[in-house]
Design a protein around this ligand. Structure first.
Ligand code: PA5
Length: 447
């Protein structure tokens, strides 16, 4: 794996991390055994279904030929992974060829819908649909989630108005359960192109399934490289065949990066550092931080346990939250996502004066990071630095797998199930009650 995990400023003794080796090993083996529910993602990059990948890529090509805009409808795990990758790797600068060290990207524009219930947000998307050659990709594992189903009905109606029923159906791609749910029934009935979400993979671990791969490929990003990176990161955790025998192998070297990071997170929580702040200096990582927040928040936050995941964009947030970090209540630790080679760069003109003139923006950005680390070290903030060589699909695949594994191992250490989310049902039940109340108040029938 090419990510470098620096725990030298975490303020936890090596011996404490080492002492967790047997428990981390146990958690890790449970994940790799194939006997734990919802762990299909562990082997996914190694055992990817190549036939399915070919059909996903063919669908992405079809979208690129027919459409200039793809509207991806989904919420939570059904959109955050794709958005994280697309916002980090599909940039207009690269599209326009203004960033010479980057490959040309020929994907379609992607907009995301159904991740909120705002009328004005969706009105803007409707306008884009009317203006551009549009395809829809609706994603819901359960096929029952309110937000994407509302957005889908609204956008599908508009698509039919624009293209007619027959053509609209050819422009709809659905990703849902293999057998059940309202969306599956509709997709089968109407003849949409449809892909299945594997049963043993939950939403927030599903970015390397068609859920993420179809939108990412349509955006012109190399998904084979993404999978290859994840495979490389996963190779540290298990070996499938040895002398003809399947051999489970999980974190054989207890110094495995994800395991040590998981152990540090677990210990920090025990020491009262209950907030993990993901910090990045490349704004393109904003949605990766959102994906991390969902991954860790939904996986760990149960039974009164778990780290609260937060994120900050630097240097912007140094001018707001920087004050709290330096002098506020010390309930947090920092996980710095540092991109070693950020790519395009700009030289600062002479008119900026010394010491800025002649330096590159990326150079000053790095100086900001070094300065922040030094300042925070002075007040004893625990810090973990994760060095990412470059923002490419290959390293992104490694990041996805690495954080998924860290999250699942930390869940094992915390003694919680990192693959369910019983808490999110509560608001849904209350929202349904309120909708019923409104329906009755308007003189409608109770369902
Ligand atoms: O991680 C999860 O399981 C959730 O965030 C789901 O992805 C989210 O609630 C959307 O569910 P669905 O894909 O069933 O519409």
């Amino acid at each position: 794996m090419n990510l470098a995990i620096d725990l030298s400023k975490v303020r936890i003794k090596e011996a404490e991390i080492d002492a967790l080796a047997p428990r981390a090993e146990e958690a890790c083996l449970a994940l790799c055994s194939g006997n734990t529910e919802f762990t299909g993602w562990v082997r996914l990059p190694q055992e990817y279904d190549h036939e399915e990948l070919a059909t996903v890529l063919a669908a992405a090509e079809e979208i690129k030929k027919k459409c200039s805009l793809l509207i991806v409808i989904g919420i939570g795990g059904s959109y955050l992974g794709a958005r994280a990758v697309i916002e980090a790797l599909q940039s207009q600068t690269i599209l326009d060829g203004n960033c010479p060290d980057k490959a040309e990207n020929r994907g379609v524009r992607i907009l995301f819908a159904g991740n909120n219930i705002s009328g004005i947000y969706h009105m803007e998307i409707l306008h884009a649909l009317m203006r551009e050659e549009t395809c829809l990709c609706v994603i819901s594992k359960s096929g029952m989630t309110t937000e994407p189903l509302i957005a889908f009905t609204v956008l599908k109606d508009a698509l039919i108005r624009k293209y007619g029923e027959k053509e609209a159906k050819k422009r709809i791609y659905a990703i849902t359960d293999r057998q059940k749910g309202v969306l599956r029934e509709e997709a089968d009935r109407e003849g949409y192109t449809v892909f299945a979400v594997p049963e043993d993979i939950g939403g927030r671990y599903s970015v390397l399934t068609p859920v993420g791969l179809l939108p990412i490929a349509a955006a012109g990003i190399d998904v084979k490289e993404l999978l290859a990176g994840a495979k490389e990161a996963g190779a540290a955790f298990w070996v499938s065949e040895e002398a003809g025998h399947r051999k489970e192998f999980c974190g054989g070297d207890e110094k495995t990066a994800a395991y040590r990071y998981a152990a540090a997170r677990y210990l920090l929580e025990k020491k009262g550092k209950t907030v993990e702040i993901f910090e990045y200096y490349e704004p393109r990582l904003a949605y990766f931080a959102e994906w991390l927040k969902q991954l860790f928040g939904e996986s760990e936050g149960k039974e009164g346990k778990g780290l609260f995941p937060a994120s900050l964009s630097f240097s912007a947030d140094l001018h707001s939250m920087g004050q709290f970090l330096q002098e506020g209540r010390q309930i947090f630790f920092e996980t710095i996502l540092y991109v070693k080679k950020p790519g395009c760069d700009i030289i600062i003109p002479e008119s900026a004066g010394i010491p800025l003139a002649g330096k590159s923006m990326n150079q000053v950005n790095e100086a900001a990071m070094i300065g922040v680390i030094a300042a925070h070290e002075k007040v004893g903030i625990p810090m973990i630095k994760i060095e990412i060589p470059e923002l490419t699909p290959y390293y992104f695949g490694q990041m996805i797998y690495f954080f998924e594994m860290t999250c699942a191992v930390t869940g094992g250490l915390m003694g919680i199930n990192p693959f369910n989310q019983p808490g999110v049902e509560s608001y849904k039940a209350e929202m349904q009650k309120e909708l019923q109340r409104q329906t009755v108040a308007l003189g409608g029938a109770e369902v």
